[in-house]
Design a protein around this ligand. Structure first.
Ligand code: DC
Length: 223
């Protein structure tokens, strides 16, 4: 089974993906990591993320294990990593170079310990439209920009990342704009995606809704 979860930054995709993966024994690919990895490489190389030639080279050289190593960088999950990821992800050459790595994952789904998985949950922006358009179930998870900024601000506080709510909101709005307006794979729901607006829902409520949809899909397959 392949499930894709797309949507804007901080809409709750990662939390939902983790819960679905655990419930249905699927492996999980957070595809934002590939763009964050390239963004961190530009940071480490001390070049602006806007340098497409360098970003494309890093994208072409990226491997799964290199990405996991780069994820240890303290800026990887912070505002700098997010901003650089959003900038490099707007380059069609970078997206093209990173596509195969994301698609290879569903062809041979494994857990971190190397054992075989029954399927994959993807989370990202274009996993249901470009990475895996043949997915069994596609979700598009969204929430208001203010609610998403509140969530990300809280997350930064628990991680000890210094930022104000206003800064986080500004950053979210800027990222939404960049992610939605880019020419290749702009952020938009797949035609057959199920939209989940999480603005007024708890994590448990979102998970219950998703579970109902997955269970009914599986029941239909069994008939
Ligand atoms: O989900 P995230 O915040 O880790 O994503 C970081 C950036 O990567 C985001 O601003 C847009 C980009 N991204 C993308 O373009 N396509 C994806 N499938 C996932 C992320």
């Amino acid at each position: 089974m392949i499930i894709t979860i797309d949507g804007p930054a901080s809409a709750g995709k990662g939390t939902l993906a983790g819960k679905i993966a655990q419930e249905y024994k699927l492996t999980y690919f957070d595809t934002g990591m590939v763009y964050r990895a390239v963004g961190i490489e530009t940071l480490l190389a001390n070049v602006p993320a806007e340098d497409e030639v360098v970003a494309e080279r890093f994208a072409k050289e990226l491997t799964f294990s290199k990405m996991m190593d780069l994820a240890q960088n303290p800026s990887f999950r912070g505002p700098e990593g997010g901003k650089r990821a959003s900038i490099v992800s707007a380059f069609p050459s970078v997206r093209a170079a990173l596509l195969k790595m994301q698609q290879d994952f569903y062809k041979n789904p494994t857990f971190a310990d190397g054992s075989k998985a029954q399927g994959v949950v993807y989370d990202g922006r274009d996993t249901g439209t470009v990475v895996c358009p043949q997915a069994d179930i596609k979700f598009f998870v969204t929430a208001s920009a203010e609610e998403r900024a509140k969530r990300r601000y809280k997350e930064y506080q628990t991680k000890g990342i210094t930022s104000s709510y206003e800064e986080v909101l500004r950053d979210i709005i800027a990222r939404d704009k960049r992610d939605s307006e880019r020419s290749t794979s702009p952020l938009k729901p797949a035609a057959d995606a199920i939209i989940l607006d999480t603005t007024h829902l708890s994590i448990e409520e979102v998970f219950e809704k998703a579970k109902e949809i997955i269970d009914s899909h599986q029941k239909n397959l069994a008939i």
